[in-house]
Design a protein around this ligand. Structure first.
Ligand SMILES: [Zn+2]
Length: 146
């Protein structure tokens, strides 16, 4: 597809081993941040084909809040994939979602030097190409006190 040539980074379906995450990407295309959720104990996962509490496969993709905090991050100054070279230096972050699961992402909307562990974040969607929207996180808007 010509679209994929313009976006020259790996596509999710190229790196997904089992397709388990396909509904996640379909939700992202609709700007919905989804996490796997056990229908029995309501525990969220990123993603998992079974609940580690129950050993049960009663998992569904559920809309999540999209809120979380920065657990840790790294700034990359080199990359092995040429598609990422124009972005250097860029961050890769681990976000602790409000629901519990830790997810890998990028933090956008602030300088790498302004990243702080624990900073509140909220999801945003990067429509990188037709058919692909990537959930990323940005500093959360400050809540106004009532
Ligand atoms: Zn469960």
């Amino acid at each position: 597809m010509s679209v994929q040539k313009k976006y020259n980074k790996p596509w999710p379906h190229e790196i997904s081993l089992d397709g388990l995450d396909k509904p996640f990407w379909e939700a992202a295309l609709k700007h919905t941040f989804a996490l796997h959720k056990c229908t029995i104990c309501k525990t969220y996962y990123w993603p998992s084909s079974l609940c580690t509490t129950h050993g049960d496969r009663a998992m569904v993709w559920a809309k999540a809040s999209g809120r979380g905090k920065l657990h840790t991050y790294s700034i990359l100054y080199r990359t092995l994939h040429p598609g990422f070279e124009p972005d250097l230096p860029y961050n890769i972050a681990v976000v602790e979602t409000e629901e519990g699961p830790f997810v890998f992402s990028n933090i956008v909307g602030c300088k790498n030097g302004d990243l702080r562990v624990g900073m509140p974040l909220e999801v945003t969607f990067d429509d990188v190409a037709p058919g692909l929207s990537i959930p990323k996180f940005k500093p959360a808007a400050r809540k106004r006190k009532a």
